[in-house]
Design a protein around this ligand. Sequence first.
Ligand code: GTP
Ligand code: MG
Length: 202
Amino acid sequence: MKIKSAEFVMSNSDVAKCPKSRLPEYAFIGRSNVGKSSLINMLTSRKSLAKTSGRPGKTQLINHFLINKNWHLVDLPGYGYARVSKSSKKVFQKFITQYFGLREQLVTAFILVDIRHNPQPIDLEFMQWMGENGIPFSIIFTKADKLKPKAIENHVEDYKNILLQHWEDMPNYFITSSSNETGKDDVLDYIDDLNNNMELDN
Ligand code: GTP
Ligand code: MG
């Protein structure tokens, strides 16, 4: 898919105030600093559509972007940064859970994980929560430029082994780098296919 236009629509912390339109929506979520905002800029070929930062916790609101005038891309705040409760149960910011509970327009979420790290409990718990709540998602591995191909393969394999203990299938996944545009067409074509299928359904 070619990105012809990408416009910032609005930021807010109240899911009820998100755009009312029924355009198909795709949300990007993951730990703070995983590279969500950078990925959004890479996918849309816009340098600073979404604000990025070396300091975790930059994105604090639900940010809607209108792409090609026919679908919404959403940059969500990172989880796992804002003081997580001491109990082993991680509390995700309330409006993140509200967002996923209320946004019927959401076609699928992309859960971003840093390819360099071993599977982290907070990411696995979030995937579990999404599964239990019936919210479809794909995994996007980020920062692939930081590892050699063999190490990438090993880390994906580790993820598969852990996820297949709980899930029947490995979720759909993409390997990406915002630095060198790895995975750009794969993710955009995937979204394009979903958009086209929805038009057929309607
Ligand atoms: P929050 O909004 O704070 O939750 O962070 P975020 O997930 O939006 O991350 P952001 O895009 O702001 O990037 C965090 C840091 O990682 C920045 O210093 C980026 O330059 C760096 N980064 C992001 N993507 C990549 C990548 O693909 N490769 C490399 N090498 N660095 C990256
Ligand atoms: Mg961000």
